[in-house]
Ligand binder design. Structure first.
Ligand SMILES: Cc1ncc(C[n+]2csc(CCOP(=O)(O)OP(=O)(O)O)c2C)c(N)n1
Ligand SMILES: CC(=O)[C@@H](O)[C@H](O)COP(=O)(O)O
Ligand SMILES: [Mg+2]
Length: 634
């Protein structure tokens, strides 16, 4: 496309010199820029299409070089990037070294926090406001959080509402209500917001801004009409904001989120209001691109596609590959649910990502979507386990971090048989540091009672899940965002706390925890050609650790532990601790894993190579250790 306006928008201030027609043209150019990028690589799409007008309206009304803006989660940040000086780099988004797919303060002062996890926006906005009021009260900086209806039910949001109402801070929460999370939203809040859809416009601000109301016509007509609607709403007690008003917020809405000028007027009104305000905006996920509007689930993060200019259809560019671990797990869970009516599965709004659609349809009574409420999901699973169910919490490693204390208190301390299936454990690729599942080896191994496992390959998955579902206590199984490969061998049975010896070598041993097993086997094969005989162990368990096998490995010369997780306190650390506790020498033990820094975004393979978790990295570590001959058996 020949972009006429976008290249000229170096900062949001320049929006103010555009005519209304030009602003509308800009919405088209932004949507075209989104289509171009997303047709070329997987990226967040439908959510971004839906906030184009909202983004422009916010930047027209506020000055976010001074005022504060937080986009909850951050996956809908692309239009904001395009108008805050990043249009010319936009085609690098989600590529290594390029723009991040989430807010990134290193890219722009307009991005305040690097985020990617849902739910913290109201808290951070409130904190920004409270801090600004203390440090620079004369500037009266505004604070705005934009939160989606999917993120809204996160518990922390209500903690922030409660706090904001108590503090009576001037802050604005914009509720971007598109009836969707990644999948259609669920739960009581979803029902409540559905009701608000049929409620009339309500302006809970009229006490403060009646003068402004008389000047600024609001959505759907004049101030008089709005007040008329208000009376009706009160009469029927039906307006969509009762809940928020009861919580201590002023409520205004709903406003059509694709009517740029109505949005601008509404924001001009709420900008002047004292105390916490919620502006309810209706948007459409995928707005402006028919295939995404019709199927926002598929177009949340679509695979690369071509646009067929003749009929407007899209054609996905597909690559054939072995099944992803996600699919192998969802099949194994499905089988377990067929076998045992006590097995149930929980997801925190990631039905699509965890590929649980078939389970949801086949076992609707035993499928629980909690919404984006990971902490609740874990405590909820504990309750089910307590009364005899066998709950599986199917969750991304990075999002389970939200539940840390519930893993401790409700699960581990009670020794309840909850199974955690930790998807996306390891480097996830283009989502980057907010989403890498880099910490679960560390945070799962600290609590007593939990058996911490990782399949070496696809063959380990089903037996590991079966073992977990029979185990009398909590278990966790981690697996990466990767194709599920098979390491050809006579697979040893999966037994609690037992490693599988793939083969012993004369010079040293790779001990892999998880799917790095395959990389270790490949590296050992290549090392053999260099004259080094390195064995491979598929550890399978981090806790309990198979010390018999590990200590035997130490005797082979050197041990290289390999894990796709942080080196801080992970599998390698467990091996070092065990060896040291047993009085064994540790100087010939090397740990490979994710270094103690945040890994940026890029292709998964690029990132694995960057941190030395590829065949070349493993070989280099083995050669170094072999040369040093650090371990002397006599
Ligand atoms: C803590 C956490 N859990 C899960 C996710 C995965 N996730 C990303 S976007 C999303 C849906 C968000 O819905 P909503 O806030 O309504 O935004 P929309 O995509 O509809 O614009 C989910 C579940 C996440 N980013 N953070
Ligand atoms: C914004 C967000 O958190 C999700 O959309 C995430 O990007 C999904 O990751 P996958 O693409 O790995 O399912
Ligand atoms: Mg939504």
């Amino acid at each position: 496309m020949d972009y006429q306006l976008l290249p000229l928008i170096g900062s949001p201030r320049e929006l103010r010199s555009l005519s209304n027609d030009q602003l509308l043209q800009l919405t088209d150019e932004i949507r075209e820029a989104l289509c171009e990028v997303v047709s070329d690589r997987p990226a967040h799409f439908a959510s971004n299409l839906g906030v184009v007008e909202l983004c422009l309206a916010l930047h027209l009304v506020f000055d976010f070089s001074q005022d504060r803006l937080i986009w909850d989660t951050g996956h809908q940040i692309y239009p904001h990037k395009l108008i805050t000086g990043r249009f010319h780099q936009f085609n690098t988004i989600r590529r290594k070294g390029g723009l991040m797919g989430y807010p990134n303060p290193q890219e722009s002062d307009y991005d305040l926090f690097m985020t990617g996890h849902a739910g913290a926006s109201v808290s951070t906005s409130l904190g920004l406001k409270a801090g600004d009021d203390l440090l620079r009260p004369e500037e009266n900086r505004k604070s705005v959080a934009v939160i989606g209806d999917g993120a809204l039910p996160s518990g922390v949001v209500f903690e922030a509402f409660n706090n904001a109402a108590g503090l009576k801070k001037d802050m604005l929460v914009v509720l971007n209500d598109n009836k969707m999370g990644i999948c259609p939203r669920v739960g009581g809040m979803a029902t409540y917001l559905d009701k608000a859809r049929v409620a009339p416009f309500y302006n809970g601000l009229k006490r403060d801004v009646s003068w402004l109301l008389n000047k600024v016509p609001l959505v759907g007509g004049s101030a008089a009409e709005a007040i008329g609607h208000f009376k009706d709403a009160v009469k029927n007690f039906l307006h969509g904001g009762v809940l928020f008003e009861e919580l201590g917020f002023r409520y205004m809405g709903p406003v059509d989120g694709h009517d740029l000028f109505a949005l601008r007027r509404a924001l001009e009104v709420v900008k002047e209001v004292r105390g916490p305000v919620l502006l309810h905006v209706f948007t459409e996920k995928g707005h402006g691109f028919a295939p995404a509007r019709e199927n926002p689930v598929k177009f949340h993060t679509p695979s690369p596609f071509c646009r067929n200019s003749e009929d407007g259809e899209v054609v996905f560019v597909k690559k054939s590959s072995p099944p992803a671990y996600t699919n192998v797990f969802s099949d194994a869970i499905h089988k377990a649910m067929e076998r045992d009516p006590k097995v149930c599965v929980l997801t925190a709004a990631m039905c699509e990502g965890n590929n649980l659609g078939r389970i949801r349809d086949d076992f609707p009574d035993r499928f629980f979507d909690t919404g984006i409420c990971e902490a609740h999901a874990v405590a909820f699973a504990a309750g089910m386990a307590k009364v005899g169910m066998r709950p599986i919490v199917d969750i991304y490693s990075t999002f389970l971090q939200r539940s840390f204390d519930h893993i401790f208190q409700e699960v581990s301390l009670q020794n309840l048989p909850v199974v955690f299936c930790l998807d996306r454990a390891g480097l996830v690729g283009a989502d980057g540091p907010t989403h890498h599942g880099a910490y679960d080896n560390t945070y799962m191994r600290v609590f007593p009672n939990i058996a911490v496992m990782a399949p070496g390959d696809q063959s380990d998955v089903e037996p590991m899940l079966q073992l977990s579902l029979k185990h009398d206590g909590p278990t966790s199984i981690r697996y990466p965002k990767a194709n599920a490969e098979v390491v050809h061998r006579a697979v040893a049975p999966v037994e609690m706390g037992k490693a599988e010896v793939y083969r012993w070598g004369e010079d040293g041993t790779f001990v892999a925890f998880g799917t790095m097993f395959q990389t270790c086997v490949a590296a050992a094969e290549r090392l053999a050609k260099d004259g080094l005989d390195v064995g491979v162990v598929n550890a399978r368990f981090l806790r309990p650790l198979d010390t018999d096998v590990i200590f035997r490995a130490i005797e082979t010369g050197f041990v290289i532990t390999v894990e796709e997780s942080t080196l801080v306190g992970g599998f390698g650390s467990a091996v070092l601790e065990a060896a040291n506790d047993a009085g064994l020498p540790t100087q010939a033990i090397r740990r490979l894993g994710i270094p103690d820094r945040f890994i940026q975004h890029g292709e998964r393979a690029e990132l694995l190579a960057e941190v030395g978790l590829d065949v070349a990295g493993l070989m280099s570590a083995a050669h170094q250790l072999a040369q040093k001959k650090l371990y002397v058996t006599e």
